[in-house]
Design a protein around this ligand. Structure first.
Ligand code: AMP
Length: 183
């Protein structure tokens, strides 16, 4: 049986706060220490590259899924256990989602927002029931969570939608939650 795998969504840039890179490093390393596999977008750029590099350096098994078109743009990370080249963006996302036993989002840009909303909406429709954690480094997810709450308050999502994801204050809390989920 394969190890518990965590699918990570995060920025292909480093972002404004140095805390984001610190969180990516700690998360990659922490996951490897727990013996969990890391599944991610396969690039060696930004927070994605930092997390994957830290996990691999700490002996973790890292699998990257990257579309052929992005091999250069996102500098496909070759020094990981497994790099899977997909034909499309959709296939990449689908395979990451299928392989992950849980989803974690660190700070990230528009692609990260897309991925987070994809797993949230798929969970809302019952396509999966895997936990989704947002690591709120430096309060990054505050505005997103405010909008999410407004969507529910305005009656455009069920009150139970608040159970689809959970914000955790930092990487340590995320790792603790993942350990509890793995059991
Ligand atoms: P970003 O958060 O924009 O820095 O991007 C993070 C990752 O999300 C990168 O690997 C992007 O290639 C990926 N991404 C961007 N747009 C999409 C999309 N529409 N669907 C899935 N992944 C995406």
């Amino acid at each position: 049986m394969s190890a518990f795998a965590v699918c990570l969504f995060c920025g292909s840039r480093n972002g404004a706060s140095p805390a984001y890179a610190g969180a990516a490093e700690d998360f990659g390393q922490g996951l490897a220490r727990l013996g969990m596999d890391l599944v991610y977008g396969g690039g060696d750029v930004g927070l994605m590259g930092i997390a994957a590099g830290a996990a691999a350096a700490a002996g973790g098994r890292v699998t990257g899924f990257i579309p052929r078109r992005l091999l250069e743009r996102e500098r496909a990370k070759r020094d990981i256990a497994r790099l899977v080249v997909t034909e499309t963006m959709f296939e990449r996302k689908a395979r990451m989602i299928e392989r992950g036993d849980a989803f974690v989002a660190l700070p990230g840009g528009l692609g990260t927002l897309d991925e987070v909303l994809e797993v949230v909406t798929l969970r809302q429709l019952g396509y999966h029931d895997k936990p989704i954690l947002l690591v709120d480094t430096d309060g990054y997810w505050g505005p997103f969570l405010a909008l999410y709450g407004a969507v529910i308050r305005q009656g455009l999502a069920a009150p139970s939608a608040s159970d689809l994801l959970a914000a955790v204050p930092d990487v340590a809390a995320a790792l603790a939650r993942l350990e509890a989920v793995r059991g």
